[in-house]
Design a protein around this ligand. Sequence first.
Ligand SMILES: Cc1cc2nc3c(=O)[nH]c(=O)nc-3n(C[C@H](O)[C@H](O)[C@H](O)COP(=O)(O)O)c2cc1C
Length: 175
Amino acid sequence: MNLGIRPKVLNISRGLVSLRDNMRVLVIFYSRTGNTRRVAEAIAERLKADIEEIRDVKSRSGVLGFLRSGYEALAGRLPKIQQVSRSPDEYDLVLIGSPVWVGRLSSPMRAYLAIYGRSIKQTAFFCICKSDEGRVFKEMEALSKKPIATLCIREKEVKSGEYIKKIEEFVKALT
Ligand SMILES: Cc1cc2nc3c(=O)[nH]c(=O)nc-3n(C[C@H](O)[C@H](O)[C@H](O)COP(=O)(O)O)c2cc1C
């Protein structure tokens, strides 16, 4: 059951599920410019979780990569991604992290969830944005499960280091 409590300051919601010591946890993320990676690594370290990065087949660098990313997110495209090494169905909890692109889920994460989303047993979401989460959590949920917790971090909080406090609250909400 999800109580849907979302304290405004931290933008965290939590359910009634607690993380047992022996639970296997995976953090899966996509990051084009490194912000989501930084947050994903900090979360995985605190949860002692395995971590896996979704990687593009075709580079997204530069202006053309930026424009293509926006187009793919808006159009709901499923770009080719490199093969992942971990099976999410082997984990009790899978944390899914993505940047916000034009208010949507990043297309590489959409491609990943289109393949593996249904095999995820229990999940929590996080996203990194400039201003707000847009439809990202709704899109993640549509491709996987209802999350037990969500966290949205602004890019400026990643740069300033303020994100640490937020992820500590997020991790607490999971444990
Ligand atoms: C194509 C594209 C579209 C974006 N659209 C949004 C948006 O709609 N809202 C927002 O808050 N941030 C938006 N951003 C900003 C990213 O979410 C932000 O820069 C984030 O930190 C990127 O994470 P990353 O470094 O892990 O790739 C967009 C970025 C890109 C590349």
